[in-house]
Design a protein around this ligand. Structure first.
Ligand code: GRF
Length: 204
């Protein structure tokens, strides 16, 4: 039976290094997916420039242009439907999606987080691990559920924090790992290798 194509949207608000890592993996034929659109909520974000260079259409949706989060999300959903999006990759998207949005795209929204979840949730995960002098931290790619930085874990890898590390050197290693793990996780999804049972991901 012919597999239905995976139409990917990346949601990002900032620098976009994960966006570029995914674009590169697609170009190098490591993952067979159509990256259809970038959804961005910040007009000045560097990721927009990256998308323009990669010739990926940008959907700019500013929260302040809508009276409520429901209206903001409705506008996004309308675009996702028109582009037939069936997979969403959050890559530094600094907005929390509502439970109803997550339900609509159940197990079709991934996120990358720079820690070994459930440790160090939140926006300052690398800094928090560093400040707490944790012996290690890591990177997690997970499906998104209604909670923040939560949901079935797809891939997770540890990064040791060495005595000689500065915050910058730790960040550098974590981001390098992110750029490897996100394309790997997408590949597992695209090749239908991920089975979810009772909130856990199993590789088949
Ligand atoms: C990454 O560290 C990612 O784990 C987190 O936000 C950051 C986005 O970085 N969710 P970039 O915009 O992809 O460079």
């Amino acid at each position: 039976m012919k597999k239905s194509p995976v139409n990917l949207a990346i949601f990002a608000s900032g620098r976009g290094s994960n966006f570029s890592a995914i674009v590169k993996a697609i170009k190098q034929n490591e993952i067979k997916v159509k990256l259809v659109i970038l959804v961005c909520d910040q007009p000045e974000a560097l990721v927009i420039k990256r998308a323009r260079i990669a010739r990926i259409p940008v959907i700019l949706v500013k929260r302040e242009d809508f009276p409520s989060r429901a209206d903001f999300e409705a506008a996004i959903i309308q675009r996702l439907k028109s582009y037939k999006i069936n997979l969403i990759a959050l890559a530094g998207f600094m907005r929390i999606l509502s439970a109803s949005f997550v339900k609509r795209y159940h197990n079709c929204i991934m996120n990358i987080h720079p820690s070994l979840l459930p440790d160090f949730k939140g926006a300052q995960a690398i800094e928090d691990a560093f400040k707490h002098q944790a012996p290690f931290t890591g990177v997690t790619v997970h499906f998104v559920d209604a909670e923040v930085d939560s949901g079935p874990i797809i891939l997770q890898q540890k990064v040791n924090i060495n005595k000689r590390d500065s915050l910058a050197s730790l960040e550098k290693r974590i981001h390098a790992l992110e750029h490897k793990l996100y394309p790997e996780a997408l590949k597992l999804f695209i090749n239908a290798k991920l089975k979810i049972k009772a909130g856990k991901v199993y590789l088949s």
